[in-house]
Design a protein around this ligand. Structure first.
Ligand SMILES: [Zn+2]
Length: 280
């Protein structure tokens, strides 16, 4: 491949995180969310490194790489077992751990939208590096459809887990109840990931097909729904004065988005006496 072509190609690999960044651009004026997302990106690279390390003994045992194994001629129950029990479990646990570490680092673990952005960032850099790896192993023909399918899928499973985690954390339950709910979020993501991989590989679904397009559409819808669930629990703790990042309108509601233009509300002041100085 020519050097200019590989430069263009590395840009294509970056498209999913860029697309996500643009899609959520309304939210980046909120500094905490922006930092959560970028910290998530860093933890995603750590998560994929740990995943690769955990796969080393498994792939030595199977005497092939996992992708070739699940795509291979083994019995269906073996494909199902490996898809859920190894690929789904290892990857979703590592991604959730990365997302939780990132949100803990930004101390937004009690802030639902921050946690969501950490999980999303982690999933996006995780799938970005996985795509780079597959590109080096299998070449361009495997990677082009993969960029769309696997990035969307990884993001969806992470958002599913993030939504369940934020709901768990937003209710004032005991630590053990919260832990069980976070673990059930990881379990749901594991199951969804494993079943999707099993379906694609066992039935040898072609990358460019109506089935895959349907899956991608469902995943995008799922990501959107997960974000809505997160926004519902992402309410400022107390009433205060806030300003819109788009039109500048002030409000004293417990809201995250402007009632006039829909942009992010950027800051909240609980001391309402500041209002006079802000208007000057
Ligand atoms: Zn506004």
């Amino acid at each position: 491949m020519l050097q200019s072509e590989s430069a263009v190609f590395s840009l294509i690999l970056l498209l999913p995180p860029l697309f996500f960044y643009l899609l959520f651009k309304q939210n980046w004026v909120d500094r905490e969310l922006r930092i959560s997302f970028f910290t998530g990106l860093i933890w995603g690279t750590i998560a994929i490194l740990f995943t690769r390390l955990l796969y080393v003994p498994v792939e030595m045992f199977l005497e092939t790489d996992l992708r070739s194994f699940v795509a291979g001629p083994g019995p269906w129950w073996m494909t199902l077992l490996v898809s859920i029990g190894i690929i789904g479990f290892v990857e979703e646990s590592m991604k959730a751990a990365g997302g939780l570490m990132a949100s803990y680092q930004v101390s937004s673990s009690r802030r639902p939208a921050g946690l969501f952005m950490s999980f999303a960032g982690c999933a996006l850099s995780f799938s970005l590096l996985e795509n780079v790896q597959y590109y080096m192993m299998f070449g361009v023909s495997v990677i082009i459809p993969r960029i769309i399918i696997s990035s969307t899928a990884h993001l969806f499973f992470a958002c599913l887990c993030a939504a369940m985690t934020t709901v768990a954390l937003s209710r004032n339950k005991s630590d053990s109840v919260v832990s069980v709910r976070i673990l059930s979020g990881i379990f749901m993501a594991t199951l969804a990931h494993g079943l999707f991989d099993f379906f694609v590989f066992h039935f040898d679904v072609q990358a460019v097909s109506g089935v895959i397009a349907t899956f991608v559409a469902l995943f995008l819808l799922g990501i959107y729904e997960a974000w809505i669930i997160v926004l519902k629990v992402d309410i400022p703790a107390e009433t205060g004065l806030s300003a819109c990042s788009g039109c500048g309108a002030f409000s004293i509601d417990r809201v995250r988005f402007c009632g006039f233009c829909g942009s992010r509300v950027i800051y909240t002041r609980t001391d309402l006496s500041c209002k006079i100085s802000s208007e000057n």
